[in-house]
Design a protein around this ligand. Structure first.
Ligand code: DHB
Length: 466
């Protein structure tokens, strides 16, 4: 394993009239035994002024945080990224990497294997747990060469959105855990630690084996779905067009059955609120956990109201003397509508991204829940329990062998329907129970997306790093 610090280029990058000068160390293999070399390499960027004794926002070559965003979406391969223009969201504006460099961070951007990849022999090379194993290997590389790589390798911040947010949440929860060791060894990862300092997670699509039940606990009874379909616009950029429909009788029955599985799951977690009160649900899905969830959504509405948002169309909010006093949870679910039919993740026909994720070396699609295995419409098999666990931060949070990131920032939009809001809330509560500082918020009227509040994200990083 090598890192040649003399092999770099200095470049000016200009986006929308703003220019940064960076030193780029590109295409560094972060493993000794790559399975797919193109997706097991990383790019390192640092502000060029650091090498001339200057600093930015108090950050220098030695003390700059190392921001490590992943570009994984949909559990597909994460591409090797660059500072430049935003590929998603608003056009013509600088991307997160550009902004992070401008702010004075070192950026390490790894490519990561994904579920769709095969080698020449036709073997699948990016099924679970490849994505999280690669992310860990990239962090280990940075630690291994900490003396040569710019920035402070004890201040690593992972960041991602959706499946990428899930990977960031795993990085924060599973540091150095021995369960990942055989996989890291197999690809020749550096012998170094992989725990991180901060995990930034936008709408994490995680806890997949419980996400179907959580989704139906939130959406059962909402039988219409509104899906956004991705198309390319004339400029070759992703654009979303709506596709609507209703669930079949079978899907409605599945929804009702799955919803019943959620209370036993959440009750088994024994989560507590800030006052130490147990958060639970009765068999009808009612109880203190639901009240807690309502508080999250009402806090979102109250914050929006305070900055002048118009909430007049939200007839599920209950007002008293001009302030929000309560809400109708089902009215909220109907308003935002479901995006996915039941089961939302472990599809009975095995046609979801997650069925693809949990395939194996010689099998493309598998189930990962007992319910969908038992109700499979295609005689599907099930992924190994041990592999399913490696993709879920929850079982590691209370495990003393897993080093936790001391700081988490989780954002999950109030009208995100890709997964239940309960998923990020359960994650947050369990982390807080273990003494992790979690900055959680569900921003009002924000759908499934990330990186929309970089100034606040950077302020959170600076607060902990300075
Ligand atoms: C993503 C979105 C999903 O709805 C999902 O099931 C998995 C991944 C994503 O955007 O990464």
């Amino acid at each position: 394993m090598i890192f040649d610090k003399e092999n770099y280029v200095v470049e000016k990058v200009t986006v929308a009239g703003e220019t940064i000068e960076v030193r780029a160390f590109r295409n560094r293999l972060y493993v000794d035994k790559p399975v797919n070399a193109a997706y097991q390499q990383l790019n390192i960027f640092a502000p060029e002024c650091f090498f001339h004794g200057e600093d930015i926002n108090g950050y220098s070559l030695e003390n700059a945080p190392v921001f490590m965003p992943n570009s994984v979406g949909g559990y597909k391969p994460g591409e090797l990224c660059e500072p430049g223009e935003n590929a998603w969201g608003p056009q013509g504006v600088p991307n997160t990497i550009f902004r992070a460099l401008q702010h004075g961070y070192v950026v390490v951007a790894p490519a990561i294997r994904g579920r769709s990849q095969q080698d020449d022999a036709g073997n699948y090379t990016g099924k679970a747990p490849a994505c999280i194993v690669d992310y860990k290997a990239a962090v280990r590389y940075v630690r291994y060469f900490a003396a040569e790589i710019p920035g402070d390798a004890e201040k690593i911040i992972t960041n991602g959105t959706s499946a990428g947010g899930a990977l960031s949440s795993l990085m924060g929860a599973t540091g150095n855990h021995p369960d990942y060791e055989p996989y890291l060894e197999a690809i020749g990862a550096a012998k170094a630690r992989d725990d991180v300092f901060m995990a930034s997670c936008y709408c994490p699509i995680t806890n997949l084996e419980n996400a179907d039940a959580a989704y139906e606990w939130q959406f059962a009874g909402v039988n219409e779905y509104r899906r956004m379909h991705m198309r390319m616009d004339e400029g070759g950029r992703p654009a979303f067009v709506p596709k609507d429909g209703g669930m079949s009788d079978l899907q409605i029955r599945v929804s009702e059955e799955l919803a019943k599985l959620f209370p036993p799951y959440v009750n088994g977690l024994q989560l507590r609120d800030e006052e130490g009160r147990i958060l639970s649900l009765d068999e009808n899905g009612e109880g203190s956990f639901k009240e807690y969830m309502k508080r999250i959504v009402m806090d979102s509405a109250r914050k929006a109201l305070a900055v002048g948002a118009d909430l007049s169309g939200k007839d599920w909010l209950v007002w008293e003397n001009g302030s929000i006093a309560d809400m109708d949870w089902f009215g909220y679910a109907k308003d935002i509508t479901r995006m996915k039919t039941a089961p939302a993740f472990d599809a009975l026909a095995m046609d979801s991204p997650e069925n693809d994720l949990f395939g194996g070396e010689d099998i493309n699609l598998r189930h990962f829940t007992r319910y969908s295995l038992e109700h499979s419409q295609c005689h599907g098999s099930c992924a190994e329990e041990a592999v399913i666990k490696l993709l879920n931060p929850m079982p590691f949070i209370r495990d003393k062998q897993a080093v936790k990131a001391p700081h988490y920032r989780i954002r999950h939009g109030e009208c995100d329907r890709d997964t239940s809001l309960a998923i990020s809330v359960m994650l947050t509560l369990m982390l807080q129970e273990q003494g992790v500082e979690v900055d959680y918020h569900s921003p009002w009227n924000v759908p499934h997306s990330g990186g929309y509040d970089l100034e606040e994200l950077f302020a959170w990083i600076d607060e902990a790093c300075k």
